[in-house]
Design a protein around this ligand. Structure first.
Ligand code: SAM
Length: 247
């Protein structure tokens, strides 16, 4: 049985590909790619000639069966997505789960991931965080999800599409008010920008120039500061206990 390698690729800057990623992509029998044409450009840049086949959300079930078969026959496979780490808001879960179930070795290479890149530079607490992927597209579902952040004390990390970033920040402002947020835009690319402040300040910046709303975004929302309400909850318990023992 051969190995399935999970291979992260750059999120903008081609220099972020690792030596090990290049060696793996050159040596495997197959590269399973989210979009073969997109990946072909990367492979051409690094003069890698490995054969590619597609694995995306619409054919993942069918492709998984075929790839497991080949892996068991001794043909190694590298899984890549268009950018960043496969399976992180990208295809691959079905394949990895099946490989594990069938005893096919899975090895992941560490590498670029927009969420972790943005978080590490955000200046927001990194000791505890929740990665939420993309926010729901429908306004009510998005509002509900944002409401669940009102008493969440850890940092939350989201991906957001350019056509929705402004609307999403308006929802964040409406639901969470003056939370500390960081919007990371075009990471590792020429126009990399961090907007660090309140939702209102981020909205202002996005509206300054139509170009500000184009590109790729990670939205990081700081945790709720519950120190005061925690004290009052404790105080409330104490009062209740006291009421029982006092005459
Ligand atoms: N698997 C990828 C990863 O590890 O980062 C994420 C794939 S997801 C389909 C694409 C989203 O990631 C974009 O909509 C954006 O929110 C975020 N993203 C990807 N590249 C980015 C970059 N260079 N700067 C900011 N955000 C980025």
């Amino acid at each position: 049985t051969a190995t399935l390698f999970i291979v992260p690729t750059p999120i903008g800057n081609l220099q972020d590909i690792s030596e090990r990623a290049l060696a793996t992509l050159s040596q495997v029998n197959w590269i399973a790619a989210e979009d073969t044409r997109h990946t072909q450009r990367l492979l051409q840049h690094f003069a890698i000639q490995t054969r590619t086949l597609s694995l995306h959300e619409h054919n993942e079930d069918k492709r998984t069966a075929m790839l497991c078969h080949r892996l068991k026959d001794g043909e190694s496979v590298a899984l890549v997505s268009d950018a960043g780490t496969p399976l992180i808001s990208d295809p691959g879960f079905v394949l990895v789960r099946r490989c594990r179930e069938e005893g096919i070795p899975v090895v992941a290479l560490p590498g670029p991931c927009a969420a972790i890149t943005a978080l590490s530079a955000s200046g927001l607490p990194t000791d505890r965080f929740i990665f939420e992927g993309f926010l729901p597209v429908k306004s009510q579902a998005r509002t509900n999800l944002l409401q669940s952040l009102s008493d969440r004390t850890c940092t939350s990390v989201f991906y957001e599409a350019p056509r929705r970033i402004l609307e999403t920040l308006q929802d964040v402002q409406r639901v969470l008010g003056e939370r500390h947020i960081v919007v990371a835009k075009e990471l590792t690319k020429t126009f990399e920008t961090y907007i660090d402040g309140t939702p209102a300040q981020a909205i202002d910046w996005l509206q300054q120039d139509p170009a500000h709303q184009k590109g790729e975004f990670v939205l990081i929302i700081g945790g709720a500061d519950l120190a005061e309400s925690e004290i009052s909850a404790d105080a409330e318990l104490l009062l209740r206990d006291l009421c029982e023992v006092l005459p």
